[in-house]
Design a protein around this ligand. Structure first.
Ligand code: ZN
Length: 68
């Protein structure tokens, strides 16, 4: 079956705007948190550097965001 392997795509809002895929206009995404490698940079105030990326459920394009 495999139905239970795939998480449901979610709608994403960024500052009150519904995220739409810039490629295909789709509004379903899979959320991923990615740890950033920051070797060589001194970011002492940034204890846990990570970015959020939303993968378009339709075409797979990745939309990257830095948490504010
Ligand atoms: Zn897309």
């Amino acid at each position: 079956m495999g139905l239970f392997d795939a998480p449901k795509p979610v709608r994403v809002e960024i500052k009150g705007h519904t995220l739409q895929c810039v490629i295909c206009g789709h509004q379903g995404f899979h959320r991923n948190e990615v740890k950033l490698e920051r070797a060589g940079l001194f970011t002492s105030d940034w204890s846990d550097p990570h970015a959020i990326c939303y993968e378009c459920d339709n075409c797979g394009y990745l939309h990257w965001f830095m948490p504010k």
